[in-house]
Design a protein around this ligand. Structure first.
Ligand SMILES: C[S@@+](CC[C@H](N)C(=O)[O-])C[C@H]1O[C@@H](n2cnc3c(N)ncnc32)[C@H](O)[C@@H]1O
Length: 250
């Protein structure tokens, strides 16, 4: 049967109540993992490295969709607001009985420890580049990705787009402004990558009032900000921005 374009209702995951939240995030990341696998297409690969894997939000659904013979290396610096996240990943992997398929490494993406030159087929990340907001930080990470990738290897990076999914929320997210695809194109090209492509992941989550408050707090919103926007949040909730996904080759 021919697959038509997705309906708008399929692209919006709704988390109205607190009890909807974890399921909504799981659906979101499962769809995102499906998109990453689609981008990999029919390439042959044995080793994939995820940089900034966090607590495995993408790692686990991605692993479930990858062939069993693929080895994943998951690196994260796991410090500051993210302290303990890598440990959480290890626990989740055990529970899901996936621990044999992943090697978690505590390491900064700007100086990747224990990974040899040209030993990785694919590097992926999600919401990592926004944590490397200066040219020099991003360039250091790109130099490392270039070093560990084999010639012809692929990189795929997803990031919340700097345009909101719904007005008037452009100002809400601490992560903004993220890198634009144009900026990424020029900096990745300068660092030796080619065949640059950008696509958009159109799935978003609509958070009802209580979930919106919780999400905004984790994104760094102040009490003053929350009080000031309380009426709007009650009326409209908030919507996660879309992601851009950039892809290029060594
Ligand atoms: C916003 S979280 C994203 C987590 C997960 N990838 C996701 O999609 O939800 C950013 C993650 O990148 C990690 N990170 C930030 N800067 C890093 C760096 N320089 N090297 C390695 N990991 C880093 C953080 O520790 C955190 O786990």
């Amino acid at each position: 049967m021919e697959k038509g374009p997705p309906r708008l209702s399929d692209l919006k995951i709704v988390a109205s109540r607190p009890s909807d939240l974890s399921k909504a995030w799981a659906r979101y990341y499962d769809r995102l993992a499906a998109r990453f696998v689609e981008q990999i297409d029919r390439r042959r690969f044995n080793v994939i490295l995820e940089a900034g894997c966090g607590k495995g939000q993408l790692t686990i659904p991605l692993l479930r969709r990858l062939p069993r013979n693929v080895k994943m290396i998951a690196i994260d610096s796991s410090k500051g607001p993210y302290a303990g996240w890598l440990k959480e990943l290890s626990q989740k992997l055990q529970t899901a009985r996936l621990e044999k398929r992943v090697q978690p490494i505590k390491s900064d993406a700007r100086r990747i420890r224990g990974i040899e030159d040209e030993s990785v087929d694919i590097v992926v990340s999600n919401e990592l580049l926004c944590d490397l907001p200066y040219d020099s930080q991003l360039e250091k990470a790109l130099t490392e990705f270039y070093r560990i990738l084999r010639p012809g290897g692929l990189m795929i990076h997803g990031e919340w787009s700097s345009s909101p999914a719904a007005e008037p929320q452009a100002f809400l997210v601490k992560h903004w402004p993220s890198w634009t695809p144009d900026q990424l194109f020029s900096i990745m090209r300068k660092n030796g990558f080619h065949d640059f492509r950008v696509t958009y992941f159109e799935t978003t989550i609509h958070f009802g009032y209580e979930n919106a408050l919780e999400e905004l707090q984790t994104w760094g919103a102040t009490e003053k900000f929350l009080r000031h926007n309380d009426e709007m949040l009650k009326r409209e909730g908030i919507e996660l921005p879309y992601e851009h996904i950039v892809q290029c080759e060594k």
